[in-house]
Design a protein around this ligand. Structure first.
Ligand SMILES: *[C@@H]1O[C@H](CO)[C@@H](O)[C@H](O)[C@H]1NC(C)=O
Ligand SMILES: *[C@@H]1O[C@H](CO)[C@@H](O)[C@H](O)[C@H]1NC(C)=O
Ligand SMILES: *[C@@H]1O[C@H](CO)[C@@H](O)[C@H](O)[C@H]1NC(C)=O
Length: 332
């Protein structure tokens, strides 16, 4: 099977549509409410109005939610995924929505898209690969699965801390993808993208700093002088710029050899001290927490596959941090 060529129609859930439009694709975006997507008719999207449509998918988790949206598309990039840490029950709040969202999209794609659908790319996460118990220096690659967080959540149930519950949800959602492929043998091919911590410019319209994504908000709080402490924390520190995440999805739609593969998507290493150092040099007038000298536990991220198969050229930490701040500094 070939891959979707420019000119063909791609369904994009969550909006990373601009690059596809620039490359000549037609895009169908989804939004929870149409009014929230109004801003997409102006700005950089305006000149692609003819190639761009938005359909409403109110509840991504409901069976049948995507039945209409998938009709007639040649490719799907499924990017929307709940990312929040307000968890009282890990299954009800995170795991079921993540798994059901993935499965309902795949079911709809198989039953309603049509035989022209060639490829579906789904955003998974580094959380589905990492194992929080691994020691510093561990080398992560696509052969690994985070079984730890799944077992931990099964044991602790409602006492599971939100970060473990989140990691379990990402692991189980991606497993649901590969199980679907194995059990349902759909006629389309699939790929998964596993990004680490995402920095990078916020391209969707946001009303205040708190509605921006968690990782961007952490960075914003240092820039705005709201966070006065540095905690390197135990998690392995890999970052990727949101534009490289978008690129990874597009390449995984286009590159023949990406079929049936998952890709660790990581632009490099970071510590909060390095991030603050970049901010301090660029915006010396702001106040920042003093260096603590705390060592960040480093892991090794083997991103060969994303570079060799998808041809990604990763944006550096400095460029990513500065572009992030530029996009949100109006909220200070
Ligand atoms: C999601 O999945 C769970 C477990 O399979 C199920 O009990 C629940 O009803 C589903 N929720 C929705 C909204 O479909
Ligand atoms: C933030 O999340 C939205 C979806 O909620 C996504 O479309 C966007 O790419 C994300 N941006 C960053 C910088 O992670
Ligand atoms: C400050 O940033 C650290 C990361 O260095 C984070 O763990 C912590 O939650 C942040 N605190 C606040 C108040 O945002």
């Amino acid at each position: 099977m070939t891959t979707p060529a420019p000119g063909s129609l791609i369904l994009v859930t969550g909006v990373t549509a601009l690059k596809l439009l620039e490359q000549g694709y037609k895009v169908r975006g989804t939004a929870r409410t149409l009014s929230k997507a109004e801003y997409l008719k102006s700005g950089p999207y305006a000149k692609y109005a003819e190639n761009f449509e938005i359909v409403e998918v109110a509840d991504l988790e409901l069976d049948g939610a995507f039945n209409e949206a998938v009709k007639g598309v040649d490719g799907i990039a499924h990017i929307a995924s709940p990312f929040h840490y307000r968890v009282t029950d890990p299954y009800l709040d995170l795991i079921n929505p993540a798994v059901n969202g993935t499965v309902s999209l795949l079911k709809a794609a198989k039953a309603y898209a049509g035989p022209q659908l060639k490829r579906v790319v789904i955003t998974s996460s580094f959380a589905a690969i990492m194992n929080p118990l691994k020691t510093p220096g561990h080398v992560y690659d696509e052969t690994q699965w985070n079984e730890h967080s799944v077992k931990f959540t099964e044991e602790k149930q409602k006492a599971t801390p939100p970060n473990e519950a989140y990691r379990a949800s990402k692991t189980l959602a991606e497993k649901a993808l590969w199980d679907f492929v194995k059990n349902e043998s759909p006629s389309f091919e699939v790929a998964a993208i596993n990004p680490t911590f995402v920095f990078g410019p916020v391209i969707h319209s946001v009303k205040d700093a708190e509605s921006i994504n968690t990782s961007v908000f952490l960075l914003f709080k240092y820039f705005a002088g709201i966070n006065k402490t540095i905690e390197e924390g135990p998690a392995p520190k890999g970052f990727v710029d949101v534009r490289d995440v978008a690129d990874a999805h597009i390449k995984a739609l286009q590159v023949e050899e990406a079929k049936g593969q998952r890709f660790l998507n990581c632009g490099g290493y970071f510590t909060w001290e390095e991030v603050i150092d970049i901010l301090r040099k660029a915006y010396p007038e702001n106040e920042y927490p003093a260096p603590t000298g705390e060592e960040a536990p480093l892991a090794v991220f083997d991103t060969k596959k994303s570079i060799e198969v998808l041809g990604l050229k990763y944006i550096s930490l400095k460029d990513s941090v500065l572009a992030t701040v530029e996009s949100v500094k109006r909220f200070v």
